[in-house]
Ligand binder design. Structure first.
Ligand SMILES: [Zn+2]
Length: 293
């Protein structure tokens, strides 16, 4: 198990005890999940994520700080608003718990390294995109475009040269590693966004309907720059397979003919990108070891 190997390679156990650090990062994830709930609710409505403070969507009463503790407040209030008694969607604590889980897994992958804060921002943005796309069928520019800029900065500060031997030993020979990494990020963005654009174009030609919005393309600019081209192609592959499996299942279950009406693709690309970040290299190495002689 790669995760277990990473457990043992955790940088400096004497600095912070490992279980304590894991609990801290996961708890931080629950708090960020609480903020993502606000982002998911307000960004598609073009409202500020900072003001006003969280309110009950039914009665508008401001939620008190002690009623705004991730997961626990929902359980304590038995899923109801303290002021008006209307049920609160279980989606709120679910997103908090999910973000806590993903942050914990990212910590198991990274340990206390410089990559950790960047990876946490990246997965947080993906969680927001997944749930906004699920509810509104859009991937807002205010997340994907700053996400692309963030990815370029991340790749300058935390270089990723996976799969870039062709750049570092060829075109960019002798360039500093951060420059090769940023060039690789731009290449990854072109591969990611280009693949999605091409898939949409082909689908349109074959079916005569618009398949994908440019939101998916911009999301893949961000993912491509952040993960680099090998993990981005894996992300698209996992997204297509996941979308097809769930889509066919839904078509059979609901007897719905048009899969596109049911499935925002951003959900599957988001899940694929998080999977690729956590175990993508293991998947690629396993595949190459088994199927490429
Ligand atoms: Zn209320």
């Amino acid at each position: 198990m790669a995760l277990l190997q990473n457990l043992t390679s955790y940088a400096d156990p004497s600095l912070v005890p490992f279980p304590l650090a894991l609990i801290f990062v996961s708890t931080f994830g629950a708090l960020i999940g609480s903020f993502l709930n606000v982002v998911i609710h307000r960004v598609p409505r073009e409202e500020s994520v900072a003001f006003p403070s969280s309110r009950c969507p039914a009665c508008g009463t401001a939620i008190r700080p002690y009623d705004n503790i991730p997961i626990l407040s929902f359980l304590f209030l038995r899923g109801r608003c303290r002021a008006c008694g209307v049920s609160i969607s279980p989606r709120y604590p679910a997103i908090e718990a999910l973000t806590a889980l993903i942050f914990g897994l990212v910590f198991l992958h990274d340990g206390l390294t410089l990559a950790l804060p960047f990876d946490l921002v990246f997965v947080a943005a993906l969680v927001a995109l997944i749930f906004i796309d699920a509810e509104h069928m859009i991937l807002p520019d205010v997340i994907t475009l700053p996400g692309f800029a963030f990815a370029l900065v991340a790749r300058a500060l935390v270089p990723n040269v996976y799969g870039l031997a062709f750049l570092s030993e060829g075109l960019l020979e002798g360039w500093p590693v951060w420059a090769v990494s940023v060039a690789g990020a731009l290449f990854g963005a072109a591969i990611g966004g280009g693949s999605l654009w091409l898939m949409g174009w082909l689908w349109e030609r074959l079916r005569g309907v618009e398949a994908m919005g440019l939101g998916d393309v911009k999301m893949l600019f961000m993912v491509g720059a952040y993960l680099g081209w090998p993990l981005t192609l894996l992300t698209i592959f996992l997204g297509v397979v996941g979308g097809a499996v769930v889509g066919v299942g839904l078509m059979l279950w609901r007897r719905e003919r048009d899969m596109q009406m049911l499935l925002p693709f951003g959900i599957f690309l988001g899940v694929g990108a998080i999977t690729s970040l956590l175990v993508g290299r293991q998947i690629i190495e396993w595949y190459v070891g088994h199927f490429i002689p």
